[in-house]
Design a protein around this ligand. Structure first.
Ligand code: G3I
Length: 448
């Protein structure tokens, strides 16, 4: 027994070390258990792109409503959706998203006013003066319609070229109106709704490179000359060919240092399992380390409806199960996974906080931190449920009892379970996945 415990402890220690950088345990007695609430406790929002035509799907809506506190319409506010025909505005699908969000107290990011893509053909056919007035009219009409309801607008999207040139991307706006169109769009936007934050949003600007340098110069110039800009969006679409850059946090910080908010606006990371989780953890930790990083938006609720679904880049799989990346994000935000505060006798309380500490191809290690509330406790119990065909093969630092199914274990202290007020201890276990990598459900901690 002793040997087994010691061996297990060695594995755990290695696991903890292996997870450095993504491991951030909830420390408070009332740590939140959803992405949105955990982010809110850190002064941030945690949002998702939403498609109006999925809102009627029960699991989609319940996942959205439970986990997120901000939304971005994925396509419904784009020029081709809102003004496909000149001066004829269709707000139906976007209104559906905005009213859903308002009903749930979620922030809304407006996406997007001026973009070369998803632009109806008629715009490209206009002469210079006409184009200028069409652009300003589009901004004014759409922002006025949503005045007071939008937290931040992506005023201009993806205006720079990829690669080393640092040049502006060719578009009807760039080609006919010249560099000044971006400044003009921001000035028009401020006049239309002075209460919304105005963002420039782009991709491949997540690390320091020629493209992000060009955006940086523009933002610096805008700030120096008083052109109204409040935020820069970093889309953060990652995969193995385009991983999270090592200078991601430094890049966010240098923009923040110009006096703008930074926002992670379209986060998705192709992959699976612990590699994907680790990358997500890097992004969340970078945002939390930059005080002007206002929040994170993932580009979709579920892999099922992702714009690159085959790359499974999101936090919920196509059955709406939480992925390892979800656990890591929640943990990095200081949240608890299904655990939380339980009652006890005589005012004694405790919390249970779950973290995945390591993953192998056939198993993973979980660790639960048990923390006493504001009074000392003499004992505790925490139920842990895994999903069949998963099974718990090993435990350490606790004394488990099992229900008949073998899927539910109730953990109690090994020996003396006393904890001083606010003090904590941990126990751990190994889950054999048998193909199912979903996180265990940690029940409420009960103190005695
Ligand atoms: O709704 C129509 C449907 O009626 C039609 O049958 C079908 C056939 O192609 O198309 C459907 O529209 C598609 C739309 O997504 C809704 O699913 C468009 O073809 C498709 O082009 C469009 O793709 C969107 C893409 O932007 C267009 O550029 C993605 O959903 C959306 O996720 C993606 O989002 C962009 C951001 O706005 C800016 N940054 C990059 C990001 C990813 O590309």
């Amino acid at each position: 027994m002793r040997t087994r415990i010691r061996r297990a402890l060695v594995v755990t220690t290695a696991g903890v070390l292996g997870a450095v950088g993504v491991l951030s345990l909830a420390g408070t007695a009332n740590a939140a258990s959803t992405l949105g609430a955990s982010a809110a406790a850190k002064g941030r929002y945690f949002g998702t792109a939403v498609a109006a035509n999925h809102l009627g799907e029960a699991q989609y809506a319940s996942t959205l409503d439970t986990e997120f506190n901000a939304v971005t319409p994925e396509n419904e506010m784009k020029w081709d959706a809102v003004e496909a025909t000149r001066n004829s505005f269709n707000y139906g699908p976007a209104d559906q998203i905005v009213s859903h969000a308002q009903g749930k107290g979620m922030k809304v990011r407006g996406h997007t006013l001026v973009w070369y893509s998803q632009l109806p053909g008629w715009v490209g056919g206009l002469g210079t003066d006409d184009l200028r007035s069409a652009m300003n009219n589009h901004i004014t009409q759409v922002m006025t319609h949503y005045k007071g309801k939008i937290y931040a607008w992506d005023v201009v999207n993806e205006a720079f070229q990829d690669g080393s040139s640092g040049a502006r991307r060719s578009s009807p706006f760039q080609d006919k109106l010249g560099n000044g169109y971006i400044e003009e769009a921001f000035r028009t936007a401020r006049a239309a709704d002075s209460g919304a934050k105005l963002c420039y949003n782009d991709y491949n600007t997540d690390g320091q490179n020629a493209k992000s340098n060009a955006v940086y110069s523009m933002v610096k110039d805008f700030k120096q000359r008083g052109v109204p800009i409040d935020c820069v969006g970093f889309q953060s679409h990652f995969n193995s060919a385009s991983p999270v850059p090592s200078d991601y946090q430094a890049n966010l910080q240098r923009f923040a240092d110009l006096g703008v908010d930074v926002q992670i606006t379209e986060l998705d990371i192709e992959g699976s399992g612990s590699a994907q989780a680790t990358s997500y953890g890097k992004v969340v930790n970078a945002c939390l380390a930059v005080s002007r990083c206002a929040g994170i938006t993932v580009w979709g609720v579920t892999d099922k409806y992702s714009w690159r679904s085959s790359g499974t880049p999101l936090l919920f799989d196509s059955n709406y199960s939480k992925k390892p990346a979800y656990d890591t994000v929640l943990s990095a935000l200081g949240g608890t996974s299904g655990g939380g505060s339980g009652g006890g006798t005589g005012g004694a309380t405790c919390t249970a906080t779950y973290t995945r500490t390591d993953t192998w191809s056939d198993r993973f290690n979980g660790q639960v931190t048990v923390k006493a509330g504001s009074s000392a406790i003499t004992g505790w119990t925490v139920p842990v449920t895994v999903t069949s065909p998963q099974r718990i093969s090993t435990t350490w630092n606790g004394s488990p009892t099992w229900d008949g199914s073998g899927n539910v274990m109730t953990m109690k202290p090994n020996g003396n379970g006393s904890l001083a007020a606010g003090a904590s201890t941990t126990f751990g276990f190994t889950v054999m996945t048998d193909g199912n990598t979903s996180a265990p459900t940690i029940g409420a901690c009960t103190a005695s």
